[in-house]
Design a protein around this ligand. Sequence first.
Ligand code: HPA
Length: 283
Amino acid sequence: MNVQEVIQEMNEYVSNVKKSAKFLLEKVQKPPKIAIILGSGLSGIAESLENALSISYAEIPGFPLSTAPGHKGELSFGEIHGYPVMLMNGRFHYYEGYDMKTVTFPIRVMQELGVEILIVTNAAGGLDPDFEIGHPMLIKDQINFMGLNPLIGPNVEEWGPRFPDMSEAYDKELRSIAFLAAKELGIGVYEGVYVGVSGPSFETPAELKMLRSFGADAVGMSTVPEVIVARHAGIKVLGMSAITDRAVSDDLKPLTAEEVIEAANKTGKQMAKIILRFISKLD
Ligand code: HPA
């Protein structure tokens, strides 16, 4: 592609984002202040949404379509504790073949809708040998090991700076509120660094050893691009991983996606409780 084609492609992207946002703003009663990306096992939180309105991706002009089986592919708008909230059920993973701009398209729509806080959730392998399966980890920082950055390409000045700061990718204050919420509920949470890999193959023991030596505590195949774009957009981020398996190099057992989903479903219930309590504590 030459420069003109690159710019034209970006212009089309911006116009699709704005088209999606305009459509949604006309549909919803109140624009959302909080957006929650529901990772595996988190869909239960939809039950707590009051006055819910669900819109499938296919209905939204300009919005990418999700094709992955078992993924819902819809946005739900409503209220939690009086806060206007948007739930994203079915994210776009890089390993599915979407490019990074498509993976992060919903974050741009959130930005256009005026979202101020993004809560990202995911399933992750525990690199820390002390992590037990089935517990949540609050993400304190991340490592982009996906090989790409979603901000590569022409910068849209209206959306954020060319070289965005990442010194506090995961908001300290939001994290301490989430900690307090978990404590009040009597739910133990870990805290750690999330490293994002492309997948879809799980890691070899040698790779796990490397990722651990980087200083990461959990590994997964999502979240990192979304958080980079959210920070570029000036949206504050709270992140939580469900530790679904032991990703420990000298103690590695064969792993299947089914095991991950089962553990995520269990942990997701606790994470949903923490998120609801977290929202109730926001002022
Ligand atoms: N590795 C990568 N991604 C994951 C894992 C893992 O062990 N568990 C859940 N998602």
